[in-house]
Design a protein. Sequence first.
Length: 169
Amino acid sequence: MTINAPAASPLEQVPFLAPEMRIEPAWIDYNGHLNMAYYHVLFDRGIDALWAELGIGADYLATRGGSTFTAECHVRYLREVHLDDPVRVSVLLVAADDKRLHTFQELRHATEGWLSATSENMSLHVDMAARKTAPFPPDIRAKIAAVTSAHDACPRPEGLGRGIAMPVK
């Protein structure tokens, strides 16, 4: 996925680019690299940054009674990252409907640009009072539609839609 230069508004970035992060000491495993669980933390922080811009971040539950739950996730680990490496997550909003968001994220070394991992996710909008899926409010749906439309122009990244399977011989 090619990352464009930062735009005036974070939502105008195609794909969306979360703030830079660093690999923390507690995240390093006995192999001397980032433990697999913390890739999820980094990807989650990247999604949280996009959700905040869309109006469905941390305040959304308190102000409007809604949230998102991850329904499905597929992570690919492609290259090791190590202690104190600077990283950035880009988020492509692949598709959306009234209740679901399909995203594809890339974790890249922030200064060298190489790809470390990808995460493809399906998130559900949830009415927290009922604890059931529910349509996004119209104003939020409009923001999501605008971002999805802008992201439609981005080339589809390698690995999108990939399943887990043994190699075919």
